[in-house]
Design a protein around this ligand. Structure first.
Ligand SMILES: [Zn+2]
Ligand SMILES: [Zn+2]
Length: 654
């Protein structure tokens, strides 16, 4: 059901003039569709038919018929006739009164109501093609013959004006393109995106699930999905270790005071789960004392109310008594500690920096953790793994001196590029958000020198590394410049996966210092970085990127040995045992099913490598290799194959 949000705003005339050629074409196609629908169902009542991002729609009220995709060929056939007639889209102007009469005579009540939306003074224009005439501000293409390539997409229910108190209409969606080739390309991309939908593949491959009793937006990772997580963490840990990071561990929650210190409270409170209150023994005692006091003061105050007419003095006493009770209640609430689930890992890491006296010799200090965070997203915003309420982040915080900043930042960027290469991401873009000097001290922390210096360094690093980036002014974070990373999957879908931020405000708030070479106290800069984003978002991206056909190192099911018959079971099991001893996810299919059925099943489950063993292979100490989606790869000596598999996994070959 379409919500009120989907009611498009009426566009001012100036905006309509800016309608792109494609929108003009699509809106004209909506008229062509309405023409066809009225020919087929003359009692249909019309509402509106604007262009959309993917095409267009038109809303109909039709009591006598419920549209279904079965109707599409018939409607499209009729539309083709309208196109073939090559009718001119003719504009005419009517007075408000004429327009009202026109639609009343035709029983088009929505159109009568829509007339009232047209501001006084704006001309009331109509567009006619053939027998079809519609209230419309335009613009349109010249003739119906210009509408060359179109397709109806789906039908959905929609409330008139997006309000559920209004009648329900039937919304027909379609799309149109300047030519058949562009339409075909778009339809194929849509089909591909549907096939690659991470929710669909996630279910087929048993990667993750959601459960009502666990809660919306809280994914449960099934064994196959947990494999993806472990492999990504292994990759991150190896990469970060090599780059000189150290790992830390922090709890999933913290006291309110931490988030007040970090500034997340109160500003970020809406994105956090509500707090839980914890009463320690001491708090409990204090509360009980105060509660007893509250009860006794309350009865004293009530008892002191005179039965006769209240006097000025008695009313004043009563008001003061009331104030006193409120103050007591406030004191009661103050005993007890509020805890929050962490929405980000930084404050915990800052406390780890502060835990030990630091000197310049400790810097740069790179604290890494795949930390689990919890964020409150509106339930309507949740979408598979793309938007969730619990997430594990490839997080790290680098504390460094200003002199070390450029090198650290460069190293972080190189790490991004290394990951892009591993995952075969050829198309990416970094959005470098900078500050606006006019807003220093308001939107941006008041450190003009640090802003200038770090932004220049970031810009230089991006240029030196030949990274594809765009610079966006006035969009930095409050505490420093930031870089958002967008990548495109092989199917062409765009994902925003990670951020990389400089922070020169929060270390100060936390009072983080290190001793310089000449024994002075200095506040470090902090770089927040998460190249692999969160497991949830990144895995959703990878599923769609690979369409579930993961490379060997990442595939939840790496190898399946398929013995042709029982005599090969021992040989097959020996192979599985050998592979598993090297950490390869290998299994054996001992089912008595036909060989073809077993191969089919393995292909369906996206098992990366199938090793088929018959008597011939066994006698030769060999295996017949088949790779998912690639077919037979011939017979190979067992030792050679094992070595190949291990190498492919170790090198994380694509
Ligand atoms: Zn129109
Ligand atoms: Zn951070």
């Amino acid at each position: 059901m379409e919500g009120p949000k989907n009611e498009p705003e009426r566009k001012p005339l100036a905006d309509r003039d800016r309608m792109s050629d494609l929108q003009r074409l699509r809106h004209s196609c909506a008229h062509v569709m309405a023409t066809a629908v009225l020919r087929l169902w003359p009692d249909a009542k019309l509402d509106i038919g604007p262009p959309t991002d993917e095409g267009f729609y038109y809303d109909f009220d039709l009591a006598s018929h419920r549209f279904s995709p079965d109707d599409f060929p018939k409607i499209e056939e009729e539309m083709k006739k309208v196109v073939k007639d090559n009718q001119v889209f003719e504009k005419s102007i009517k007075t408000r009164e004429e327009a009202r009469k026109f639609f009343e005579e035709r029983g088009q009540r929505f159109k009568v109501e829509r007339l009232a939306d047209i501001p006084e003074g704006e001309p009331i224009s109509f567009y006619q093609n053939g027998e079809f005439i519609d209230l419309c501000a335009g613009p349109h293409v010249m003739r119906t013959g210009n509408v060359k390539a179109f397709k109806l997409l789906r039908v959905a229910a929609a409330y008139y004006r997006g309000n559920e108190k209004n009648p329900q209409l039937q919304r027909l969606y379609g799309t149109a393109f300047p030519n058949k080739t562009e339409l075909e390309t778009w339809l194929n991309a849509q089909e591909e995106a549907r096939k690659r939908d991470h929710r669909k593949i996630g279910k087929q491959m048993e990667l993750f699930t959601f459960d009502d009793d666990v809660g919306p937006g809280l994914p449960l990772w099934l064994p196959n999905g947990a494999v993806l997580i472990e492999e990504l963490e292994k990759l991150a840990k190896e990469t970060e270790f090599a780059a000189g990071y150290v790992r830390v561990r922090t709890p999933h929650l913290a006291k309110e005071s931490l988030y007040k210190l970090s500034g997340h409270l109160p500003y970020y409170a809406e994105s956090m789960f509500p707090p839980m209150e914890l009463l320690e023994e001491e708090d409990r005692k204090k509360r009980m004392e105060l509660e007893a006091k509250l009860v006794s003061r309350r009865s004293q105050i009530l008892g002191s109310i005179p039965e006769s007419e209240p006097t000025d003095q008695s009313l004043k006493d009563l008001r003061e008594g009331e104030q006193e009770l409120f103050a007591l209640m406030k004191q009661i609430r103050e005993h007890g500690t509020r805890y929050y689930l962490k929405a980000m890992n930084c404050p915990h890491h800052h406390k780890i920096f502060a835990a030990v006296p630091r000197s310049y010799r400790d810097l740069p200090l790179r604290l890494a953790e795949y930390g689990t965070c919890y964020r409150y997203e509106q339930s309507g915003e949740l979408m598979g793994l793309m938007r969730v309420r619990s997430m594990q982040m490839n997080d790290a915080h680098i504390y460094c001196s200003t002199e070390q900043f450029a090198a650290e930042f460069r190293a972080v960027n190189e790490m991004y590029l290394k990951y892009f290469k591993i995952f075969g991401l050829d198309k990416y873009q970094m959005r470098f958000s900078t500050h606006d000097p006019a807003k220093l001290g308001q939107k941006f922390v008041g450190e003009p020198e640090l802003w200038k210096k770090t932004e220049e360094m970031v810009r230089q690093v991006l240029k030196d590394s030949g990274i594809n980036y765009v610079e966006i002014a006035n969009e930095a974070a409050f505490y420093g410049p930031k870089i958002d990373v967008q990548v495109w999957s092989v199917a062409g879908r765009e994902f925003s996966i990670a951020t990389n931020q400089v922070d020169f405000a929060v270390p100060q708030r936390f009072g983080l210092v290190y001793k310089t070479r000449d024994n002075k106290e200095e506040t470090p800069l902090c770089i927040h970085r998460a190249p692999l984003g969160t497991h949830e978002r990144f895995i959703a991206f990878l599923i769609e990127h690979y369409a579930g056909n993961f490379p060997l190192w990442l595939a939840p099911r790496q190898v399946r040995v398929i013995p042709i018959g029982e005599p090969q079971f021992d040989y097959g099991q020996g192979l599985v045992t050998e592979l598993r001893s090297h950490g390869v996810r290998a299994e054996i299919d001992r089912s008595g099913d036909k060989l073809n059925a077993r191969i089919f099943k393995a292909e369906e489950q996206k098992v990366h490598t199938m090793l088929i063993v018959g008597q011939k292979e066994q006698d030769a100490g060999a295996v017949a290799v088949r790779v998912h989606g690639q077919g037979d790869r011939g017979v190979k000596p067992r030792a050679e194959l094992v070595a190949e598999l291990l190498q492919a996994i170790k090198e994380r070959q694509p």
